[in-house]
Write a protein that binds this ligand. Structure first.
Ligand SMILES: [Zn+2]
Ligand SMILES: [Zn+2]
Length: 663
């Protein structure tokens, strides 16, 4: 089951190591220019025609899944800047390299360094950003700490973490000078893509080149946006990563400014194309990020919760004014994140969400005081722990059915299978998973359940009708300020009839008299013109974010779970296999070929499973089955197995991961 069997299909072709390596000097700079308009690099998409560009006599760049800088001393030794999955080794002989003696890493993401062991085992010394040293040396500390797995609101460091430690020889700090062979190298602290990232200014052969990791992808573009999800401060208000959509953008822009001031001739990113006009590339990126962020703030629900974060945007044209609050109808109570629908018959209650055991106590007290009669149902809006943290206690205390949308029920009943922000590990019994649009009568109310992929992709909404009242319970998806998409990790898809476009179309169709958010005390409503305004904003965003990133749809760069293992985590036994699906979301407008395999732990002999392939229709999620062999000698423990992904033109080593608890 292990091994790296190549397949016939072209999209699976590896960058051929023996292919032409350029011959140095100005002619090659010319080729960089020529290829910009035509064939794309491997680090930007698919298989390159030439895997390597010899920029100058002593500097080459290998275009694998990431760009790897290869400094040459002319006497058989090389220094690598990042090393990707290690495939660069294949071209080293044609560059006259017999040994790699040093590797410098720009940041800790595993696509940058997962191939480093093959060089360090042969004596190469690994130098890493000082602030990220523990992520290279002891990544297991991150993986074994369950605060990164359950109820988490912090995404730094990111889960794109190595799974096995590497020997670190030294650290790179701000302004550190490194003399190596014919080159002088200076480290620049350039946080943004990651908190501790550094760039390397290399002076060699009379030229100045900066290797900048993933700070920028190409002229006006970044590789992805989910790494920029980060808490930030405005005045006295400090918010967590969870609330900080594009919150690392200011650090990123400052870092890009530092690079500009260093006046490089070339800017070489990890993913993307070599930039010959760094200053213009940076200006274009800053302008696009500002345009995207403005569109995001214009209808952000967060303006309701934290207006002080967005002072500078107040009154801007194109920003939706906040809707006024409405009085709450008499049949409702609000405690914590819970709305309670109370019938006139026996004061019977339908409870919506239960965020903590305190809610259960309050419900019992309300019953004792005669404010509430029997509790006859529990509706759940979504899986975030502040909405389900009291459900276990609720289900012990009250004997009534739990009802929710079928998509959400899949998360609630098997949380170990999912990796999502704020997810609670509590297993919830769902008695009635509902279909989209399913109606029933409870007491004097007509209830209709909906799939409502708003604040998260796994979210429900409930319409409650009685007389002239049309009350729509939208969980956390809307506030009077607009839409709640401030956490990219919740999977807010852009596009027609998905994500918030789908939710808003439904609101437009239903025309509720009142809308309710779990965290907002008052009711509110959107007029048809508000809804159309928000949908138009989302349609513009799809274009703007599309220009900001290289993918053929921006969701690839915004939805970090577009490739995910299901189950994400499972229990298994040594000597047995484990089965899982790698679920890929094809956000493209056309079918895509995909192949996936799991990388096996060194302790199990290393290697990888065979590739499993599929063709995935446009705009669909599709599971590709993998079977993972576990040797009988495997020790008990929690193992993280990276998943290699090839998708359309993209070669994406270790993009996702699965966790196996071996007993
Ligand atoms: Zn990265
Ligand atoms: Zn929520």
């Amino acid at each position: 089951m292990t091994g790296k069997k190549p397949t016939r299909r072209q999209f699976l072709k590896q960058a051929a190591g023996a292919a032409a390596v350029g011959s140095g000097g100005a002619a090659l700079l010319h080729r960089v220019r020529a290829e910009r308009g035509g064939q794309v690099w491997a680090a930007s998409a698919g298989t390159p025609q030439t895997p390597c560009t010899r920029l100058f006599p002593h500097l080459a760049v290998f275009h694998g899944p990431v760009n790897v800088g290869v400094l040459l001393d002319g006497q058989g030794k090389a220094l690598l800047i990042d090393c990707g999955d290690g495939r660069v080794e294949e071209v080293l002989p044609s560059l006259g390299v017999q040994a790699v003696d040093t590797i410098l890493c720009t940041h800790h993401h595993r696509d940058q360094a997962c191939g480093a062991a093959r060089f360090t085992q042969k004596g190469a010394k690994l130098f890493v950003p000082a602030a990220e040293r523990p992520y290279f040396e002891k990544p297991e500390t991150y993986w074994q700490d369950l605060k990164h797995r359950w109820n988490y609101y912090i995404f730094h460091p990111h889960r794109l973490m190595l799974v096995e430690g590497l020997p670190v020889a030294g650290e790179c700090k701000e302004d550190q000078q490194i003399a190596w062979g014919p080159a002088r190298i200076r480290a620049l602290a350039t946080p943004g893509h990651t908190d501790g990232a550094v760039s390397f200014l290399v002076e060699v052969d009379g030229r100045r080149v900066i290797f900048c990791g993933d700070l920028i992808y190409d002229h006006g573009q970044v590789w992805e946006l989910y790494s920029l999800q980060k808490g930030f401060r405005r005045g006295k208000r400090q918010i967590s990563d969870y609330h900080g959509f594009m919150g690392a953008q200011w650090e990123l822009k400052d870092s890009l400014d530092r690079l500009r001031k260093a006046k490089p001739d070339l800017l070489i990113p990890s993913h993307g194309r070599i930039m010959e006009k760094p200053s213009e590339a940076i200006d274009a990126l800053t302008a696009r990020m500002d345009a995207c962020y403005d569109k995001y703030v214009a209808i952000s629900a967060l303006r309701h919760y934290f207006p002080e974060l967005f002072e500078e945007f107040k009154g801007r044209p194109g920003h939706m004014p906040l809707r006024p609050g409405l009085p709450v109808p008499d049949c409702l109570r609000h405690i914590g994140t819970t709305w309670i629908l109370v019938s006139q018959q026996k004061k019977a209650a339908l409870v919506m969400d239960c965020g903590g055991p305190g809610i259960v106590k309050t419900l019992q007290q309300m019953q004792q005081k005669g404010e509430l009669g029997p509790i006859e149902g529990l509706w759940i809006t979504h899986y975030h722990n502040d909405h389900v943290g009291g459900v276990a206690e609720f289900q012990k205390t009250f004997d009534c059915p739990c009802i929710t949308d079928e998509h959400l029920a899949a998360v609630l009943t098997q949380p170990i299978g999912w990796r999502l922000p704020c997810i609670s590990p509590d297993v919830i019994r769902v008695h009635r998973p509902t279909k989209h649009g399913e109606s029933w009568t409870w007491r004097e109310f007509k209830l209709t359940a909906f799939f409502f992929p708003g604040q998260t992709l796994y979210h429900s909404a409930l319409l409650v009708e009685q007389g002239d009242l049309k009350m729509f319970f939208v969980g956390d998806s809307h506030t009077p300020a607009g839409i709640d998409d401030y956490c990219a990790q919740n999977r807010n898809w852009l596009g027609q009839d998905v994500g918030f476009d789908r939710c808003l179309a439904l609101v437009e169709q239903l025309q509720p008299t009142h809308m309710f958010n779990c965290h907002v005390d008052v009711a509110f409503s959107f007029r048809t013109e508000d809804i159309r305004f928000m949908r138009a904003n989302l349609a513009e965003r799809e274009k703007l974010f599309g220009q900001l990133m290289p993918w053929d749809h921006p969701n690839y760069g915004m939805d970090e779970s577009w490739v995910r293992a299901f189950p994400y985590e499972q229990k298994t036994k040594s000597g047995q296999g484990a089965a899982l699906e790698v679920v890929l979301t094809n956000h493209s407008a056309h079918a895509q070929r995909a192949a996936v395999r799991a990388v096996l732990p060194t302790a199990w002999g290393g290697g990888a499973t065979d590739w499993a392939e599929a063709e995935i229709p446009a705009k669909t999620e599709h599971g590709v089955r993998l079977r993972i062999p576990i040797p009988a000698s495997a020790q008990a423990g929690r193992y993280v197995l990276p998943i290699d992904v090839r998708f359309g033109p993209w070669d994406l080593p270790q993009l996702a991961e699965t966790v196996l608890q071996v007993e």
